[in-house]
Structure formats: C-alpha cells, structure tokens
Design a binder for this molecule. Structure first.
Ligand code: ADP
Length: 248
C-alpha cells in the first residue's frame, strides 16, 4: 500500500491501557474524498481509534499519516485540529443562546474573537459561506432561530455545520443519528453524502439501517483490529462478524 492519494493511513497501530490492548495492530486506509462507516460491538476500539487520529491518545506502535505524508504522531491535539481534522462527538455542543447563523459565524476559521465575530461588519464572503453551510446542513430555513429551540436532530446538523465552517479535510463523526427520528436519520444520510462529495468522512455508527443508507465501504472493528471490510452486505454476511455481534 502506498500513502499517496490517501487522506488517512494507519499501519500496524497498537495502544495499550494498563497492559490491555485496546488497539491491536490496526491498519486502515482512507482514500481522499472517501466516506467510510466504522462499525463494531462495544469495546471494539472505535473511540480509541478516533482518539488516536485526533491526537488525544498517542499510539505505542505503528504509523498514522494524514493527507499523504503528514505524520500525525508528531503533532498534538490542537495541531492536528489545525491540520484539518474535525471531530464531532456524539452529544451536540452548540451555543444554545445564539442563533443558528451566529453558531456558524462563531465557528468560521480564523483568529477572530467571539466579540468580533458577532459585532464586526459581516463580510460578503462570510455571509456567502454561512448560507452555503446552512443549506448543506438543512438549516437555512432556521437561520434566525435560537440554537436552544432546535430539535435534537437539528442540533446535530448545526454542529456538523460548525465543523464545516472550520474547513476540515477530514471529518470524524461519532454516532450522528443516535436519538434522531426516522425522518431525521434518513435526511442525515443524504446530508452526509452531500458533504462527502467535497470532504473525506469517517462515520462511527451502530444503526445498521443508517449505515445501509450511507451506502459506503464498511470497516468492522473487533478487539482493536479490522475483522472485516467491504460493502455492508459482504461484512454482514461474514460469519466472524455475525458471531461477534451475537456475542458468541
Ligand atoms: P468502542 O468505542 O468501540 O466501544 P473503545 O475504544 O471505547 O471501544 O474501547 C476499547 C477498549 O479499550 C475497551 O475495552 C475499553 O474498556 C478500553 N479503554 C478505552 N479507553 C481506555 C482508557 N482510557 N483506559 C483503560 N481502558 C480503556
């Protein structure tokens, strides 16, 4: 395998906590522009893998490269965020007392203070970008609503919009549809597919109906390494995957 053309390249990565191998010789390659779904039972190592990619956890062993040849093991967490890796945690964290529009404005990349973002004269370029992001995350009709008044699903979308405002090259999204209605879940699949036209995306998800709607290559983790990889039907038909999910 070559790193050229990849947005993420993990090779032989291991990490232990107090002698317990949470990640065990993990290799995973994501092409530029690819969206990948990561599945696996509780304790499979999904969160720890995301922690390694974002620099929250340092691997004991192995290679972690971003965007070709950037060695992520040489960067700390804020450095990795600056390189263009955005992470959305399961629980939405938005500025509840600000409008939807201002939530995006506050998240636009740059050194502006919160004060400047809210009170400075708006630039036309910023306004255009904000509109574009709000359209992508299906919130252009809720621009002036307070974030606090959005549904749970809409708050998740707003936070995805806030990530987009940072112009990431790679988005890591953790269980985006947990707690969503069926309609919101279906819309989230379409929304992420739109985003994936211009970004590389990793989605960790338990909801297999949602993973099916994403219609992307799936990686199933188990005991800190890759158990199966490929189209969902192929992975779901793998006897080892079945056994792991049934807990046998
Ligand atoms: P998943 O996200 O797939 O549910 P995790 O990455 O959270 O899995 O956990 C993988 C394994 O590593 C689990 O057995 C978990 O208990 C263990 N683990 C994760 N983080 C730590 C930590 N900071 N200290 C000790 N054990 C941990």
């Amino acid at each position: 395998t070559t790193k050229a053309g990849t947005i993420l390249y993990l090779n032989g990565v291991s990490v232990s906590f107090d002698g317990f191998r949470a990640i065990n010789d993990l290799s995973l390659v994501l092409d530029k522009g690819e969206m990948r779904a990561i599945i696996g039972p509780n304790g499979a190592g999904k969160t720890t893998m995301m922690d390694i990619i974002t620099g929250k956890t340092r691997p004991d062993k192995g290679e972690v490269f971003f965007d070709g040849n950037i060695d992520l093991t040489r960067h700390d967490e804020p450095g990795i965020a600056n390189l263009g890796i955005g992470r959305k945690f399961q629980k939405p964290t938005v500025f509840e007392s600000h409008t939807v529009e201002d939530n995006i404005r506050l998240s636009l990349k740059g050194e502006r203070s919160v004060f400047a973002a809210l009170f400075a004269k708006n630039s036309v370029a910023d306004d255009r970008r904000i509109t574009e992001i709000l359209e992508t995350v299906r919130l252009d009709g809720r621009r002036d609503a307070l974030a606090a008044n959005l549904s749970h699903g809409q708050k998740q979308w707003l936070e995805i919009g806030m990530l987009l405002a940072q112009d990431p090259k790679l988005l890591l999204v953790d269980e985006p549809v947990a707690g969503m209605t069926d309609a919101e879940t279906a819309e989230t699949a379409r929304l992420l597919k739109d985003i994936a036209r211009e970004h590389s995306v990793i989605v960790v998800e338990h909801d297999m109906h949602f993973v099916r709607e994403l219609d992307v290559k799936v990686t199933c983790l188990h005991e800190g390494s890759v158990l199966a990889e490929g189209p969902l039907d192929h992975v779901a038909a793998d006897q080892r995957v079945v056994e792991v999910y049934l807990g046998r």
